[in-house]
Design a protein around this ligand. Sequence first.
Ligand SMILES: Cc1ncc(COP(=O)(O)O)c(C=O)c1O
Length: 392
Amino acid sequence: MAKYNFDIKTNRENSSCVKYDLRKEIFGNADVIPMWVADMDIQTPDFIFEAIRNRCNHPFLGYTFRDESYNSAILEWYKRRHNWNIQSNWIEFCPGVVSGLNHVIRAFTKPGDKIIIQPPVYHPFFSTVENNGRVLVNNPLIERNGNYSMNFVELEQLADQGASMLILSNPHNPVGRVWNLEELTQLGNICVKHNVLVIADEIHCDLVYKPYKHIPLASINSNFAKNTITFSSASKTFNIAGLASGFVIISNPDMMKKYKHELEASGAGMGNIFGNEAVKAAFSKEGESWLNELLQYFEANIAFVESTLKQYLPKLKFTRPQGTYLMWLDFREFEMDDEALNNKLINEAGLGLNAGNGFGIEGSGFQRMNIACPRPVVQVALNKLIESFKDC
Ligand SMILES: Cc1ncc(COP(=O)(O)O)c(C=O)c1O
C-alpha cells in the first residue's frame, strides 16, 4: 500500500514561488497552468521539514561547517543507488549546479577557450559558457523518430580541433535520455584522448525509470574519474532548490584543489545550515522509500500522458523519457512557427511550458512539459491541450 499521497494539490501562489508567482513576467499571463521550470508541485517531504525544524530547536544559527555526517549521507546514497564508491574527500559543496558550472568554467578554462555542449540542452549551459567569455561549440544530438543519440563522429572532430571542456547532461534535460554504458564509454574515451575535461551535470540522476539505470560517468573507470567533475544535488529529487545546496564529486586531488580555490575566491563556500540538514534527511533510508514511490507515481503520470496523447492527439508526438520528469513534446506535425505555437499554448490552451527553442535551435517545434505534479493537474492540462489542438 502506498505510504505517501502525491495527489495533494497545494496552493503555492504568493510564496515568492518562481513557478507560480512569476507567470505574468514569464508568460505575460498569470493564469497559465505552470508546467515549466524543473520544480515539483509535489510537496517537499515531511522528513526534510522535520530535520529543519529539529535544527531550529537549537538557539544558534551561527557559522556552520558540513561535518562527516553530511559526506557520509551522500556517499552511502551513491553506494546504494548508483553503485559508486566515492570517498569523503571527493565531496565538496556548491551553492547550486549552475553556480558550480560557472566556478569550474572559470577555474579550468581561459577566456576564448572552446566548450562543447550537446543541444537541445538545459539553457544555462549556453549562458554559463558565454557569460564567462568562453566559446560555445555545439555538438547537437541526433534525433530519429523521437529517439536521441550522440553524434560521436562530430564530437571526435570537435575535440580534435581543440576544445577544453565538455558539459554533459546525464540524464539529459530536456530529451530524457539516460546515457548507457556504451555511449558514456565512447564519450569518455574521446574526451580523455583529446584532453577535454568533462563536467558531468548529473542533477537528474535519481529520477530514472526502470529498466534504465543511471551510470555516473566518473564511476566507469579511473581514466574517466581523473578527467571528470560531477555535479549533483538533492534539489530536483526532493524539491529543495530554494535551499541552494548542491555538491560536486571530484576524485582527482589536483582538480579538487583548483575547485576549492575557485569556490573560496567566490566567497560562496559556506552554504547554509538548513541546506546541510535537508541533504542529510533526503539521502536517508526514508528518502529512499519516498523516492521509490515518487518514481512510480511519475511513471504513471508519464503513461497517462502517453496513452491520452496517442488516443486524442496523435499528431503530437511524444517519446517516453528514460529519466527526468520533463516531457519533450514534438509539435512539428502541426507546422506552426515557434511564436505562433507559444502564443497558442499560453493564450488559448492556458499552459505555461518551456518553449523548445530555448534549449537551442534544435528544439524548435518542441515544448518541454513538467509532469512533476498531482495527476489531476496533468489531466486538466492534457484536456486543455487536446481541446486547443484537436482541429489543427
Ligand atoms: C540539467 C540541470 N542542471 C542544473 C539545474 C539547476 O540546478 P541548480 O538549481 O542546482 O543550479 C537544472 C534545473 O532544472 C537542470 O535541469
